[in-house]
Design a protein around this ligand. Structure first.
Ligand code: ADP
Ligand code: MG
Length: 253
């Protein structure tokens, strides 16, 4: 089984059919980039992967585990309770457009919070690990700064370090650079590129075509709740076969 297996997923918000039978596989160690116009369902798809949204049909497996469900002693499926869901989500890191760091905590405190609270990690070990992670994202000297004292690019790198502190097997990125001033985009993409090179499995929604082309193993184009095209960056970005993909690329390139 692939690391991420999304099978024929349907998602409704009330009457609104937002995901219309989406299927997608991401192999361990691969980077899959999702492109598509605003409102096509990209964020919803990512949110379904870590069960921030419920799906109405289809299934999502991460690392062989059916997301949102557990099995009782008789092997029957049941919907997970919030605490169990949190445990199921622990190996999935997510980075959003708006770096939702805790404003009253330093960079280091933001990074150590979840391992201690959610995993019950040893405090001094978690701190040492957090320092290492801040160094890895180039922010060793910002450890004691509060989010308000960081640039957008620095804050987003702290958010990435915070997700990595949970030792995820999969990282989800939802337009991680869209809220940044243009001159700060590169430093965040560089951290993501490093992460990809280290073998992390990544599902990335972005409008950064350079990243999509150079870092992705697979590029997926979504429109109106469906994946209309997927393949290598070359296939999708250079020789798209679908007219909607071509129209989209004409606008963004
Ligand atoms: P994208 O990330 O590609 O811009 P979204 O996944 O955010 O698209 O949204 C897909 C569609 O679902 C849009 O029509 C959006 O308005 C709708 N939508 C997203 N979230 C909600 C929600 N919580 N309630 C109702 N409709 C939503
Ligand atoms: Mg979105």
């Amino acid at each position: 089984m692939a690391m991420v297996e999304i099978q024929d997923v349907h998602k409704f918000f009330g009457e609104l059919h937002v995901l219309k039978g989406v299927s997608l596989e991401v192999e361990a160690g691969e980077v899959c980039t999702i492109l598509g116009p605003s409102g096509s369902g990209k964020s919803t798809l990512l949110r379904c992967v870590n069960v921030l949204e419920e799906i109405q049909a289809g299934s999502i497996h991460v690392d062989g585990i059916l997301m949102g469900y557990g099995q009782d002693a008789e092997g029957r499926l049941y919907e997970l309770r919030p605490k169990e869901l949190a445990a199921q989500r622990a190996p999935i890191g997510m980075v959003f457009q708006r770096f939702n760091l805790f404003p009253h905590m330093t960079a280091l405190e933001n990074v150590v919070e979840a391992p201690i609270k959610v995993k019950g990690a040893n405090k001094s070990k978690a701190k040492a690990k957090a320092s290492e992670l801040l160094e890895r994202v180039g922010l060793a000297e910002r450890a004691d700064h509060y989010p308000a004292q960081l640039s957008g690019g620095q804050a987003q790198r702290v958010a990435i370090a915070r997700a990595l502190a949970m030792e995820p097997d999969l990282m989800l990125f939802d337009e991680p650079t869209s809220a940044l001033d243009p001159e700060l985009v590169g430093e965040v993409l560089a951290v993501m590129q490093d992460l990809a090179a280290s073998g992390m499995t990544m599902l990335v929604v972005t409008h950064e075509m350079g990243f999509a082309r150079e870092v992705s193993d697979t590029v997926v184009f979504m429109d109106q709740g469906s994946i209309v095209e997927s393949g290598s960056p070359e296939d999708v970005l250079v020789n798209p076969s679908n007219q909607r993909t071509r129209d989209f690329l004409d606008k963004v390139l």
